[in-house]
Design a protein around this ligand. Structure first.
Ligand code: MG
Ligand code: MG
Length: 255
């Protein structure tokens, strides 16, 4: 069931979204050579605690994971792309790190992800990150009342294909608000003009993610981390967006 939100409810989601954006910006700044993923997890845990926020990941036990998840941020390095389980690993020069953060504040959730390259970027990795960011912006630009989910999906896939990257359709975007995952599902590949019609008050997470040379994924032995099946590097960009009469509003930008 799709739940449409009032302007007041969207405003409360924006409060959460600004917190998520600020913490992700802090992680981007802290993602330096030699920094351990567990230090980044500890930072997020402390920020959530001091803000009185609630992690959407803590105790998360979906059908696909080896639950419950006992961390507050997903950190995915290089070929890891989704649900990366933080572990004892010091970042190296050129690593591609995705941080994905979803929290609730006063009952309202926001979800965002960003990919940062540690130290000196390889040009091929910069290009991949740029593609997910451009796909996200293209998708947001068509998140308008009267358009359809398929328009968002097609915008994402269009950018991926222009760059020459394949698209996986198993994991994509989703509705959210009172919880992290609500209807509708938003595939990262689809046909324009098809699917659920976007309405004012719909709040969704749009999240293109690409691997350089495959659309297939494998699950790590840790039971959580999802990697590209061929080991190629990956990137992921996500924002929480509200559909409004005045156009799309990105709720997860830093204040
Ligand atoms: Mg996310
Ligand atoms: Mg999400």
């Amino acid at each position: 069931m799709v739940e449409l939100k009032s302007a007041a409810e969207i405003a409360r989601m924006r409060v959460t979204g600004e917190f998520v954006a600020n913490v992700l910006a802090e992680l981007r700044d802290r993602a330096r050579i030699g920094v351990n993923l567990l230090e980044l997890e500890a930072h997020v845990r402390e920020r959530i605690r001091e803000r009185g926020a609630v992690s959407c990941y803590w105790d998360y036990s979906p059908s696909f994971g080896r639950g419950p998840f006992r961390n507050t941020v997903c950190l995915s390095v290089n070929d890891a792309v989704l649900h990366g389980l933080p572990f004892d690993y010091a970042l190296r020069d050129g690593d591609v790190l995705t941080a994905d953060l979803a929290v609730g504040i006063d009952g309202w959730v926001a979800d965002s992800a960003t990919t940062v390259i540690v130290g000196t970027p390889a040009p091929a990795d910069s290009r991949l990150v740029r593609a997910t960011e451009e796909a996200l912006e293209a998708a947001i630009s068509v998140a308008l009342p009267g358009n359809r989910i398929g328009d968002i999906s097609a915008a994402i896939a269009g950018v991926a294909h222009a760059y020459g990257y394949p698209v996986n359709t198993e994991f994509g975007g989703h509705g959210l608000g009172r919880t992290m995952h609500e209807d509708p599902h938003i595939p990262n590949h689809g046909r324009p003009g098809r699917g659920y019609t976007l309405r004012p008050g719909l709040t969704i997470a749009i999240e293109p993610w690409f691997a350089r040379t495959t659309d297939r994924i494998i699950t790590d032995p840790d039971g959580w981390t999802i990697r590209s099946a061929d080991g190629s590097r990956t990137a992921h960009s996500e924002h929480t967006v509200a559909i409004t009469e005045a156009g799309p509003q990105v709720l997860t930008r830093a204040a």
